[in-house]
Design a protein around this ligand. Sequence first.
Ligand code: 5AD
Length: 361
Amino acid sequence: MSNLELVIDAENLPPALRTLELPDALTPGALVPILDDEAFTLPLARMARQRREELFGRRIHLRGIIEISSRCPRRCLYCGIRAGAHQAHRYTMSDSEIMARARMLPSFGYRTVVLQGGEDPAFDTERLCRLVERITRETALVVTLSLGEMPPEAYHALHQAGADRFLLRFETSNPELFARFHPDSALERRLAALEALREAGFQVGTGFIMGLPGSTLEDLARDILFTVAQRPGMIGSGPYIPPEPGMLRNSFADRPGVFHRAMALLRILAPWAHIPATTAFDSIGGGGREALLLAGCNVFMANLTPEKYREQYALYPKKAATDTSRWHFLAVPSTLENLGLTVAGGAGHALVPPPQEVSNA
Ligand code: 5AD
């Protein structure tokens, strides 16, 4: 695929977008008016859907996510399970609980399990490696991890143990904003961790949180281009939801179209990427995860966390309530069918992205 196909090329543009000059379409300044204009929501969603269908058809890859721990030593300001968050309830799942949930997946069309959690010291590298080995030995599942920053040796050991993929969002490409929201890390460190994941051999997923307080449309545009420039196999992104009442609002609160336009641009600019319709979209207006599945998204992550822990993995309020009955992991295939979609066969590994020709970072 040539780089030309990665830009919003004039021929495919809906009429409203045709005035854009290329290749300036790839600068943050050119994306801002697109992100800002409600009139672009539908044309972009249509373009995103077209791109999705060119590569993936109407097939949606299913992933089952198990939130293995709500304990975390980090104080990321936006996160409901950050260290010191008094309202947070803490749990650490046992290995046998995790295995029991994982075993439920394969017979229902799920080929991938995602283990996500806080950076819980109870899950040291040794224990995680044994767990990954056990899952790959005892089930037909591909293992994806989403467990935060670790030293390169730990990533290496986990990949050796049989984990194929790792999700680690960079959250924001603005270093000051990153520092403000992550008192225990720095953008440079996060990017080094992403590099270490690639070096360890993982299929890497990354992305960002949209509308952090203090962020602008320019930041959002930069985050989109930064994500694309990383050439990730998977892109996970979604709107910031204030974790507790009284906390600062999303910069684009009341404008859900902004997030949907951002998601569409991600698909248009990174056609190769696996892009899940993320849970946070069910907490804002604009049609929720359904709207995304009818636009550019091609992955659905169903929640397999045991019910008794679900309320406790509250990255933001009412997150557990987004697991409505139609998104129960058993119901997902028929919910998709009702949307005119089907469950994708195969493991759903990352596609090889085209080489990067221009850096937009
Ligand atoms: N609102 C939306 N997304 C959040 N995340 C954490 N806290 C919130 C929140 N309050 C996201 C982060 C993290 C992912 C697992 O969940 O982007 O990478």
